[in-house]
Design a protein around this ligand. Structure first.
Ligand SMILES: *Cc1c(COP(=O)(O)O)cnc(C)c1O
Length: 394
């Protein structure tokens, strides 16, 4: 039996059957089990921020696992405290951190915190979120995810939740009132197709939350940790949420999420309210510290800006009627297609040695490692152009 047949025999069908099996990686390159080489512009869905097998992560993880792999949160460990300190320093604010294992769990913490805070402040329970948003797959995170077909099979979900059109300030202002516990928002819709918010939207969200007393929960699970060329998308805009959630790129491939509460939002959870056996595991924290140190030491935020512009230029230069829009920021880009052929483009690119992701039937997402070089951009763009030509030409 092939690996793929074995997968189909023992794995649940929720992922479909992935097209290839990966074996190893180095930098921006990965190799499948048959020895084919790819430029990895997916990066484990915006996760492997330093690329594959970066020595800083290999060293940090190896030495931490050899020293102390796991403690539970019954005990303190230095990498966890240091990581929380470092994140708050980068955010430039004082606050309190809860470590989880994933983005969904970081948002679960935010939901519990918002519920408790709202109940104590006039019995507010409603959450307002955006159509097209994605906050995770657990029942709680799914309840605030703006994708009705994804929610439907799992109803009833926790609530009440009101969904408003993303970027529509008037709709948000109309939906948020003194029954609203929190507004959940992404700086750019990630799974929604890398759709940036209109300029000034986050500041308006902040203003509406301030006017009504709702907590502003900013989901930077995908946008955070350098993806846009800034440590956080929100700090670039000067917007200060009450709660920020992080995950994906934070651990550079090791599982970790964080829910950070500022001001009163950081004081809501008290002993016994919440927890996780694995959350903030010392190995994941060591990896995350290596990610943050390397982004600073190797000036990767500048790299993301410069190489990201080169990628954007390359994408815009792919002149084909199948492409209706090229959008995004930093190393977080999307091509919108005129027909739902993103899956075909993804497959054609893969055959040409480039991994990209059909994030929606008509949208191709690129989220390469932050260590991407100009050379690698110049190799990838013609492969994608070739794939678009092949698919669009038939
Ligand atoms: C991926 C993602 C999540 C969920 O993260 P998981 O680690 O898959 O649970 C939540 N919010 C956003 C914005 C995401 O992109």
């Amino acid at each position: 039996m092939t690996l793929s047949e074995r997968w189909n025999t023992v794995m649940m069908a929720n992922y479909g059957t992935p097209p290839i099996a990966l074996d190893h990686g180095r930098g921006v390159r990965v190799w499948d089990v048959e020895g084919n080489e790819y430029l990895d512009f997916v990066a484990g869905i915006a996760v492997t921020s330093l690329g594959h097998a970066h020595p800083a992560i290999v060293d940090a993880v190896s030495s931490q696992v050899a020293k102390l792999a796991h403690t539970s949160n019954l005990y303190i460990h230095e990498p966890g405290v240091r990581l929380a300190e470092r994140l708050l320093e980068l955010l430039g604010r004082s606050g309190r951190v809860f470590f989880a294992n994933s983005g969904a769990e970081a948002n679960e913490c935010a939901l519990k915190l918002a519920r408790k805070h709202g109940r104590a402040n006039g019995g507010r329970v409603r959450v307002v979120s955006c159509e097209g948003s994605f906050h995770g797959r657990t029942i709680g995170a799914l309840s605030v995810t703006g994708n009705a077909p994804k929610r439907a099979p799992f109803e009833p979900l926790p609530g009440p939740v009101t969904f408003v059109d993303y970027g529509d300030v008037d709709a948000l202002a109309a939906a948020v009132d003194d029954d609203t516990a929190a507004v959940f928002v992404e700086p750019t819709l990630g799974e929604g197709g890398v759709v940036p918010a209109p300029a000034g939207y986050l500041a308006e969200v902040r203003r509406i939350c301030d006017a009504t007393g709702a907590l502003m929960v900013l989901d930077e699970v995908q946008s955070g940790i350098g993806r846009t060329g800034h440590w956080f998308a929100s700090t670039a805009e000067g917007v200060q949420p009450d709660v920020i959630t992080l995950a994906k790129g934070l651990g550079g491939g090791l599982p970790i999420g964080a829910c950070i509460g500022f001001g009163a939002a950081g004081e809501v959870l008290v002993p016994g309210d919440h927890g996780s056996t694995f959350g903030g595991n010392p190995v994941s924290c060591a990896a995350a510290l290596a990610v943050l140190t390397t982004i600073a030491d190797e000036h990767l935020l500048d790299n993301v800006k410069v190489v990201g512009e080169r990628l954007a230029d390359g994408l815009r230069a792919i002149d084909h009627e199948l492409i209706t829009e090229s959008r995004g920021s930093g190393l977080w880009r999307a091509l919108a297609l005129s027909t739902p052929k993103a899956g075909e483009v993804e497959a054609a690119a893969r055959r040409r040695g480039l991994l990209v992701n059909a994030v929606k039937p008509d949208v191709i997402r690129l989220a390469p490692p932050l260590v991407l070089s100009a050379d690698e951009v110049d190799q990838a763009v013609p492969r994608l152009a070739g794939a678009v030509g092949e698919v669009g030409g038939t």
